[in-house]
Design a protein around this ligand. Sequence first.
Ligand SMILES: [Zn+2]
Length: 98
Amino acid sequence: MAELTIRQLIMQSITGTLYSSRQLAELVGVPERQVEDHLIHVAKSVARDRTRRFVLEPSRCGDCGFVFRERTRLTCPSRCPRCRSEAISPPRYGIELR
Ligand SMILES: [Zn+2]
């Protein structure tokens, strides 16, 4: 029951906006790792819902602007494959209402 509540809280928090898993962890008060687990389920349930769409803004390199488009995992990559920079912005998540 507690998990459901946290998941619902996450869904509410990202509806109409974008947050990184770190920001969500602070917002709902659970470890970032748990937020990522919840987001996987949130993405699946939103995918079945015709009224909403799960949005994933990919990670981006802060130095060269490389965008990690092909990345399907929800965790943040540690290093840019193009310039080797570690200044990577985390992916952000949201739910759009159709
Ligand atoms: Zn780069």
